[in-house]
Design a protein around this ligand. Sequence first.
Ligand code: SAM
Length: 265
Amino acid sequence: MIQIDVGFRYNRQACRPAPMDALYQNIKLVDVYDAINSSREDFDFYISELPETPATVLDIGCGTGTFALNLAGRGYEVTAVDPAPQMIVSAMQKDTGRSVNWVTGLVSDLADAPEFNAAIMTGHAFQCLLEDSQISLLFDAIKRRLHRGGSFWFETRNPAVRPWLRWTPEHTAPPYNLGGGRTVQVVHQVLSVNDDSVTFEERYDFNDDSETLISRSTLRFIALAEIEALAVKNGLLLADTFGNWKREPMSSDSPEIIVRLTKAT
Ligand SMILES: C[S@@+](CC[C@H](N)C(=O)[O-])C[C@H]1O[C@@H](n2cnc3c(N)ncnc32)[C@H](O)[C@@H]1O
């Protein structure tokens, strides 16, 4: 068994990732990310909210690039950023037509000019931001890079339903098919819950060898009121919220907090 001790941690002063979560950094785990995350209602939702082409879109925390490539295929001019180098390498390998501008880093690393008609952060990537300072850095960077009238969309799991209560070995899903007879089973185990941060392990058991990989992560389950306060502090406004991908209003038992922010001025 190989344990990759990770936990996505930031240096609070510099707001820089260090060291990376193995899930986004270990080549074997990056390679299975798409197979494990193949059901994507979120993509359809966000695509339906985009302005018509031609338009510029920023994909934040793009991961393996599936969403960015989908948008580029629809005629959008796409820039995709992610601080995990291995995720960007994986995304670039798929982009044989060089249709996306890939950037390893944060939004604040991009040129400070209003370039984008829309910005989107899919796959609960927003929950990787553990500190208010990281969220402020992101919101401020978005405000500077969105065109007037542009929208920033993202989602975070609703803390009120405490989804981590189901992240237990008893709730393990059937093994994921990786093709060619290969499968991987993913077992979750919560290690600790501190305020709004949940630390958990994901254990990856592959059927084709004896290797087991363990990735440890921390995610933040922030409340909507805190998101709104940080948005306002950084020159953004809460424009819309939804509780699920069917566009139903948010309630205490909604699985998601889907948010649209716009520029305040
Ligand atoms: C669960 S993955 C989601 C990937 C992709 N958006 C998707 O929908 O499949 C979370 C991603 O967020 C990235 N990430 C972590 N911290 C980030 C930050 N501060 N800014 C942008 N992306 C970040 C990770 O490297 C990882 O690729």
